[in-house]
Design a binder for this molecule. Structure first.
Ligand SMILES: [Zn+2]
Length: 130
């Protein structure tokens, strides 16, 4: 079985068979044998990818529902946090949830009427407000 590991010296990600001692365990980039080994790291390398779902009707330009679920880089905390955002224009519903995945701490939780949130309920949005 080949595992994904990251080199703690140069940070490159490569695969090697951790069940066999020695062998191809050296980093192909810098030759270092010290590496951060974690199977769960495989999940972490996919962070930053968003799932975005939009619901649109034929003939309509603007989606009536937008849902974004994924990881978002938080500059204040310098790490990826879980983000969930739902904009449901049909039901005038808005939700934004930011959660620290490590601690489970809720960083932000907005939920309510979409029309209360300017910039989302309005068709004319200046990019500077986003
Ligand atoms: Zn390396």
């Amino acid at each position: 079985m080949r595992d994904k590991v990251t080199c703690s010296d140069c940070g490159s990600i490569f695969e090697c068979d951790l069940s066999i001692a020695g062998g191809d365990r050296a980093c192909p980039e810098c030759g270092s044998l010290s590496k951060l080994i974690s199977l769960s790291f495989e999940d972490k390398v996919t962070i930053g990818l968003d799932t975005k779902i939009t619901g649109k009707r034929v003939g309509e330009k603007r989606p009536f529902i937008e849902e974004k679920v994924g990881d978002d880089f938080n500059r204040d905390r310098e790490k990826y946090i879980y983000r969930e955002q739902i904009i449901d224009r049909e039901n005038n519903y808005y939700k934004k949830l930011l959660k620290d995945k490590e601690t489970g701490e809720i960083l932000r939780h907005d939920e309510g009427l979409l029309t209360d949130h300017q910039g989302f309920g309005n068709a004319k949005v200046s990019p500077s407000k986003l």
